[in-house]
Design a binder for this molecule. Structure first.
Ligand SMILES: *[C@@H]1O[C@H](CO)[C@@H](O)[C@H](O)[C@H]1NC(C)=O
Ligand SMILES: *[C@@H]1O[C@H](CO)[C@@H](O)[C@H](O)[C@H]1NC(C)=O
Ligand SMILES: *[C@@H]1O[C@H](CO)[C@@H](O)[C@H](O)[C@H]1NC(C)=O
Ligand SMILES: *[C@@H]1O[C@H](CO)[C@@H](O)[C@H](O)[C@H]1NC(C)=O
Ligand SMILES: *[C@@H]1O[C@H](CO)[C@@H](O)[C@H](O)[C@H]1NC(C)=O
Length: 468
């Protein structure tokens, strides 16, 4: 029986002949004629509609997906469909700064004119989804992951952390005064616009790697300006952490206008002075010019400090109504630095991160910067940051002195092998005298002008401390 069942029907092997063509003739009955016409017209149409329906099965499938699945099934499917991507996108690892970012590269920033670029979740652009991070790794940013999920369907094993989370990503670091300040300034600016809400936690990334702390000085700036800083390390959180609200900054100053930056620095100055109990009235009433020599030990110290100090003291004596103070950058507490800068009208200092403190001076104070040999040739554009920063913070940049002397770099083609960053700085007493004399005169003139006008230096007004 089975054998016969498998036998092919004979016809299959026979040649297929086309049937003789038949002339199609319509019956004479006109109603029938019309019905046939209708059928001929509509059958292909129906087939076409059916075909279209199959093509877009999602829209036409029957019965609809939802009616076949319980809410529970759907939620579970949503949970499982949350897609995690690496925080650090290795495709861009060779050009981390050229136009795009390797940190959360799948999402675009929000642009508000004059304000920093940022990402905010949940938002319309995330379709109301919150940000989730699975980011415990401290050595490889590509092993840390991010995803977006609806609160009702967080990924399996996720923890929802309440309140506002501030996520800071930097290509530099959160330790160095300058780099750290740059990383947190955009958040301070945003925070001022959003009612100065203290975030519930900070999450720090460097190259997508998790960091558990900031440098002491940077932490102090954050603490006095924004409020209690709680750095999240995800310890004790096994699965992904999702955030009720999260704001992400990954471009340092990117997008902020000069005017907005100045507002941010005014606020930092005001809050820091308030916290450190600096007597701003007393500082403003002081008609003398105070010059501070803020000197480093080791790298970028002056080869002969006493000679340098004497030159500036001599010019101060000649100018009159003037005082010179000499301080070392080492071992000064945050408030020591804020206090010292608050009373400084003219800062004399070698190039270095300690210059980040210039934002604590009164607006329109002066800055004089010194470099050892090698910087101009090898250090690149980054060496000009304090010139820009002086301008952003409302200070007067009085120029630089570059030591013309020093050994040539061993291999001029490879700056990483050149020790210029660690060198000491020489001096040129004649040049320093002339330079100092001019800056003293400038400052005396300025101080007289504000004394006559009774100008209330806007930077010291307590209103800068208020949130706006
Ligand atoms: C991000 O912006 C770029 C360029 O404007 C655009 O091509 C891309 O589609 C945007 N991506 C998202 C996820 O919105
Ligand atoms: C988000 O979308 C809603 C509804 O489309 C709209 O009313 C609201 O203004 C949008 N919010 C933002 C910040 O664009
Ligand atoms: C600094 O210069 C002065 C005057 O030229 C000289 O007497 C002194 O020995 C120098 N000090 C050092 C440490 O080189
Ligand atoms: C700073 O402190 C360290 C250790 O506390 C000490 O060794 C060093 O001498 C101090 N430097 C100055 C300039 O006081
Ligand atoms: C700084 O000086 C300029 C003139 O040089 C003046 O217009 C400005 O008001 C001053 N700023 C402050 C904050 O005093």
């Amino acid at each position: 029986m089975s054998a016969t069942a498998l036998t092919m029907p004979k016809e299959k092997h026979s040649k297929i002949h086309a049937p003789p063509s038949k002339k199609i003739s319509f019956p004479n009955n006109s109603i029938l004629k019309h019905s046939l016409f209708f059928l001929i017209l509509f059958i292909p149409l129906l087939i076409f509609i059916q075909y279209k329906a199959l093509q877009s099965a999602l829209h036409f499938s029957w019965p609809p997906l939802a009616s076949r699945l319980s809410d529970q099934d759907l939620t579970s499917m949503l949970r499982d469909s949350v897609t995690f991507l690496p925080l650090k996108d290795l495709r861009f690892s060779k050009q981390p700064e050229s136009g795009h970012t390797w940190f959360m590269s799948s999402v675009n920033d929000t642009f508000e004119p004059n304000d920093p670029q940022y990402l905010y979740f949940p938002s319309n652009s995330s379709k109301g989804r919150v940000l989730c991070l699975s980011a415990h790794d401290r050595h490889d940013g590509a092993k840390n992951l991010y995803a977006f999920a609806w609160r009702e369907a967080l990924p399996q094993g996720a923890t929802l952390l309440p309140g506002l989370t501030y996520v800071s990503s930097t290509y530099y670091d959160h330790n160095n005064l300058w780099h750290g300040l740059n990383a947190i300034v955009p958040f301070i600016g945003w925070n001022m616009r959003k009612g100065c809400v203290v975030p519930a936690r900070w999450v720090l990334f460097h190259w997508g790697e998790l960091r558990s702390k900031m440098g002491k000085w940077v932490n102090s700036v954050a603490q006095v300006t924004i409020g209690n800083v709680e750095i999240e390390t995800f310890e004790g959180i096994e699965g992904p952490a999702c955030f009720e609200e999260a704001v992400v900054f990954r471009h340092n100053h990117g997008g902020i206008s000069k005017a907005r930056l100045r507002e941010v620095y005014d606020r930092i100055r005001c809050k820091a002075r308030e916290f450190c109990k600096v007597d701003t009235e007393k500082i403003r009433d002081n008609k003398d010019v105070q010059m501070t020599l803020f000197l480093r030990t080791g790298a970028r110290s002056f080869k002969n400090e006493s000679v340098v100090v004497r030159v500036f003291e001599e010019e101060c004596r000649k100018a009159g109504n003037c005082r010179v103070k000499v301080e070392k950058t080492d071992n000064l507490s945050f408030c020591d630095q804020v206090g010292l800068m608050s009373e400084t009208d003219i800062l004399v200092t070698p190039h270095g991160a300690q210059m980040t403190n210039i934002m604590f001076m009164e607006r329109n104070s002066s800055v004089m910067e010194f470099y050892p040999k090698g910087w101009e040739e090898f250090a690149g554009i980054g060496q000009y940051v304090y010139k820009w920063f002086s301008d952003w913070a409302g200070m007067k940049y009085q120029g630089v002195w570059r030591d013309p002397e020093g050994p040539p770099c061993a291999d001029p083609t490879d700056r990483s092998h050149c020790d210029f960053k660690d060198r000491q700085i020489g001096h040129d007493t004649a040049y320093f005298s002339k330079w100092a004399s001019k800056v003293f005169e400038d400052m005396k003139e300025y101080k007289q002008s504000i004394a006559i006008k009774g100008t209330d230096s806007s930077a010291t007004r307590t209103s800068s401390c208020q949130c706006r």
